[in-house]
Design a protein around this ligand. Structure first.
Ligand SMILES: [Zn+2]
Length: 252
């Protein structure tokens, strides 16, 4: 139903609401050793180049430090972020955003991370879900751990990618871990639309938070206003603050 769909208007949930939420602070800790077993590869499946930093940059740093095998799959090149822009036409975004992602990962100490680009159409992942499923099916191992955007995140590409990944777990030894990203914008503490019973928290220290902020500076296309359309940055300063809290939250 329409009224239950997330709203993306305005600046989103104030940072203090999340900061002051006691239930968020009380979420169970993500048990890295138990969830991300040593023998299994972790495959991050990011709809757009930046979701891997915003959703799980801190987790990736910790998994890398533990020596886990990691693969990043970029579903789209994020060419749909600036509709109608003469400053950021799709061709420029296609050339720029994957490079921004590489530089951002380097700032997290992940310059060597293996990356694959699937080049599906940004904003149209739901319509290309069968292609995505097929491409992923071809490259996944039977016991991979999939780390992807939450099926209820309120953004069509995030939800479609999450759905495809969840379906790829059925009948295999794979598991899926989902990360909310836009949820921090439209939801409120205790929001009934969020499956908090599945949520686990990974604390981030100040250096990890600083590294994430530093990494996001590389995503200039997303963090600066568009002079040609007058549009504000895709990611406002507030949105970046909401996404660099002293923890990352994952749905198991
Ligand atoms: Zn995204």
């Amino acid at each position: 139903m329409n009224e239950e769909r997330p709203h993306f208007g305005g600046s989103g949930t104030p940072l203090e609401r999340w900061r002051d939420d006691p239930e968020l602070a009380d979420l169970p800790s993500l048990n890295l050793a138990a969830i991300f077993e040593e023998s299994r590869r972790v495959v991050v499946i990011a709809p757009h180049p930046d979701d891997e930093i915003l959703g799980c940059g801190g987790l990736l740093m910790q998994l890398h430090a533990l020596g886990r095998e990691l693969l990043l799959v970029s579903v789209t090149d994020g060419t749909g972020s600036h509709p109608g822009s003469s400053l950021w036409p799709a061709a420029r975004l296609a050339a720029t955003r994957p490079q921004e992602s590489r530089r951002a990962l380097a700032r997290l100490g992940l310059a060597s991370l293996e990356t694959m680009r699937l080049r599906l159409t940004d904003t149209q992942v739901a319509g290309e879900a069968r292609t995505l499923a097929y491409r992923l099916h071809r490259l996944l191992h039977d016991d991979d751990i999939l780390l992807t955007t939450w099926r209820g995140d309120g953004h069509a590409d995030h939800e479609a990618t999450g759905e495809v990944c969840a379906a790829l777990v059925d009948g295999s030894s794979r598991t899926v871990v989902e990360m909310p990203i836009w949820m921090w914008h439209w939801a409120e503490p205790g929001d009934a639309r969020v499956p908090w019973h599945r949520a686990h928290r990974l604390p981030l220290d100040e250096s990890a938070r600083a590294a994430k902020r530093h990494a996001m500076v590389e995503h200039g296309s997303q963090c600066q206003p568009d002079r040609s359309t007058g549009a504000p940055p895709i990611l406002s300063a507030l949105a970046l603050e909401r996404l660099t809290q002293p923890h990352e939250v994952f749905l198991l």
